[in-house]
Design a protein around this ligand. Structure first.
Ligand code: NAD
Length: 286
C-alpha cells in the first residue's frame, strides 16, 4: 500500500514553534512578529492562498497584513513598496506574491526585499547564499519538501532524488537543499529528452512542474517515494497535483497528497521564518 505523506502534523509543529517565539517576544520585548504580503494581481487562487496564510498566522500569534497594488502596477511602484516595508522596523517578513503584472520579473523585484526579511527566499541574494552554503531563508516550498520528508523519517543521504521542474522558486533551490543533505540530485525540466528514464532510477521523485497527471507509474521505480508539489486548479474549483495518484498506487511506496501534503508545511514555514526574523531583529537591537 502507498503511504500518504500528509503535512498536517509537521505544519502544526512549525506553527507551535512560531507561536512559542511570538509569545516570548511579546512577553520580553512587547514585539509581535509581523508578516506583510504584497499582492499585485486579481487572481482568485492567489487571494485564496493569501487568506490561508492570514488564517494560519492568526493562530500562531503572528500579525499578517496584505498590501494590495493594482494588477497593472509598474515595476517601480512595486519596488518602492518593497523597499518601504524593508525599512519599516515594525515589519519582520515580506512576501511578494505571484503572479505579477505582465512585463515584471519576480526575481528582479524581490531584490528590493531586505535579505533579513526575505522569509520566502525570493531575493536572488538569498538563492545565491543558499547555493554557497551560507545562512539564508530558503523558498518555503522548497524547504517544505525536505521538511515533509524529514517528518516522515525518509532519509536523503546517499539516495538519488529526481526533481521535476527547474524554477527559481522550487526546483533550483530544492536541488541545493537536497545536495546539502548529501542526496544525489537530478533536475529534470520541460526539455528533458526522456523524463521517465530520468525519474525511473530515482529513490525519491519530486514533481514540481505544474502539469496535472504528469507523473504516472511508468515514471517510477517500484517502491519510489513521491512528493507532489503541483497545485493545479480543477474544473470543480479544487486542486490536483502533478502525480496521477491512481496510476502510481501500488508502485510508489509513499506519496504526498494534494491538497494536504507540501502546501500546509509551506505556509507554516513562512510563519516560522517570520518568527525567526523577528527574533533576530530584536536581538540585533539589544
Ligand atoms: P514554473 O511554471 O515556474 O516551473 C515549472 C517547471 O516545470 C519548469 O522548470 C519546467 O521546465 C518544468 N516542466 C513543465 N512541464 C514539464 C514537463 N512536461 N516535463 C518536465 N518538466 C516540465 O512553476 P513553479 O512556480 O516552479 O511551480 C511548480 C508547481 O508547484 C505549480 O503547480 C505550482 O502551482 C506549485 N507550487 C506549489 C506550492 C505549494 O506550496 N504547494 C508553492 C509554489 C508552487
Amino acid at each position: 500500500d502507498t503511504v500518504s505523506l500528509t503535512g498536517a502534523a509537521r505544519a502544526a509543529a512549525l506553527r507551535d514553534e512560531a507561536q512559542a517565539i511570538a509569545q516570548e517576544l511579546g512577553r520580553a520585548h512587547g514585539v509581535q512578529p509581523r508578516l506583510v504580503v504584497v499582492v499585485a494581481t486579481e487572481d482568485e487562487s492567489t487571494a485564496w492562498y493569501v487568506r490561508s496564510i492570514t488564517r494560519a498566522a492568526g493562530k500562531a500569534g503572528i500579525a499578517c497584513d496584505t498590501v494590495t497594488l493594482p494588477a497593472d502596477a509598474e515595476a517601480g511602484t512595486i519596488r518602492k513598496q518593497l523597499a518601504e516595508l524593508s525599512a519599516d522596523p515594525d515589519v519582520h517578513g515580506v512576501i511578494l506574491q505571484t503572479p505579477l503584472p505582465p512585463g515584471t520579473s519576480a526575481a528582479d523585484l524581490a531584490g528590493a526585499i531586505a535579505p533579513g526579511k526575505d522569509v520566502d527566499g525570493a531575493n536572488p541574494l538569498s538563492l545565491g547564499r543558499l547555493a554557497a552554503g551560507l545562512p539564508a531563508f530558503a523558498p518555503a516550498t522548497a524547504e517544505a519538501v525536505v521538511s515533509l520528508l524529514d517528518a516522515h523519517g525518509i532519509g536523503l543521504a546517499g539516495r538519488s532524488v529526481a526533481v521535476v521542474g527547474r524554477s527559481t522558486v522550487v526546483g533550483k533551490p530544492l536541488a541545493h537543499l537536497l545536495l546539502d543533505r548529501d542526496a544525489t540530485v537530478t533536475v529534470c525540466h520541460s526539455r528533458t529528452a526522456d523524463l521517465a528514464a530520468a525519474t525511473r532510477t530515482a529513490d525519491i521523485v519530486v514533481a514540481a512542474a505544474g502539469r496535472a497527471g504528469l507523473i504516472t507509474a511508468d515514471h517510477l521505480a517500484q517502491g519510489a517515494v513521491v512528493v507532489d508539489v503541483g497545485t493545479n486548479p480543477t474544473e470543480d474549483g479544487g486542486l490536483t497535483g502533478d502525480v496521477d495518484a491512481e496510476s502510481v498506487a501500488g508502485r510508489a511506496a509513499a506519496l504526498s497528497p494534494v491538497p494536504g501534503g507540501v502546501g500546509p508545511v509551506t505556509t507554516a514555514l513562512l510563519l516560522q521564518h517570520t518568527a525567526l526574523a523577528a527574533q533576530r531583529a530584536v536581538a540585533a537591537h539589544q
